[in-house]
Design a protein around this ligand. Structure first.
Ligand SMILES: [Zn+2]
Length: 185
């Protein structure tokens, strides 16, 4: 017959093995934790309030303002990775609260040159120690038709008058990506 004390401690050990670290969903695009689900609420006459009754598959990211693919995590994304994801979205033209600008020197080279440059920026992957020491994907250089170009990303408050107080928060940030010729810099 099992010693009751031993049984209890075994049960405890098993419970702690089975207990998992709490998880939460993030948006796999932008890294936001502001994810909501479509759901139905039913009226509860006892509590006099609406109560969650069914949750559906559709997930929505409040920062991307669109459908979210979810990623489950036990720790928040590191700050540089969150910034890098938002910057990557901006380069691809999908950032919440973002603007893409090009310099007058760029525009003087014509629409085809500018659209080629936009495509290069969107597809840019060559981030490394030398051009991206903070791993935020906020700067890059490349060449088109023998011309050297840069892009850089700056973080402004929504009024565009001062810097953003928190570049990891798209609600508090307007990201501005500027594409320029090296000679404009
Ligand atoms: Zn998102």
């Amino acid at each position: 017959m099992a010693n009751p004390k031993q049984t209890k401690s075994e049960a405890g050990a098993q419970a702690s093995e089975n207990s998992t670290t709490p998880e939460f969903p993030i948006c796999s695009q932008c890294g936001s934790t502001r994810i909501v689900k479509d759901a139905w609420a039913g009226w509860n006459a006892d509590t006099q309030d609406w109560e969650l009754s069914s949750v559906f598959d559709f997930s929505f990211c409040l920062d991307c303002e669109g459908e979210a693919n979810m990623e489950w995590r036990t720790t928040p994304l590191p700050r540089p990775e969150r910034i890098a994801r938002l910057n990557d979205l901006l380069r691809q033209g999908h950032a919440p609260n973002g603007k893409i600008m090009s310099t007058a020197g760029m525009q003087a080279r014509g629409d085809v040159f500018v659209s080629n440059a936009l495509r290069e920026v969107a597809n840019f992957h060559q981030f490394g120690e030398d051009n991206d020491p903070h791993q935020e994907h906020d700067f890059g250089s490349f060449e088109i038709d023998g011309a050297k170009l840069f892009f850089k990303i700056d973080y402004y408050a929504p009024d565009l008058k001062q810097g953003s107080e928190d570049p990891t928060d798209p609600q508090k940030t307007t990201r501005v990506l500027t594409i320029m010729l090296a000679e404009d810099y």
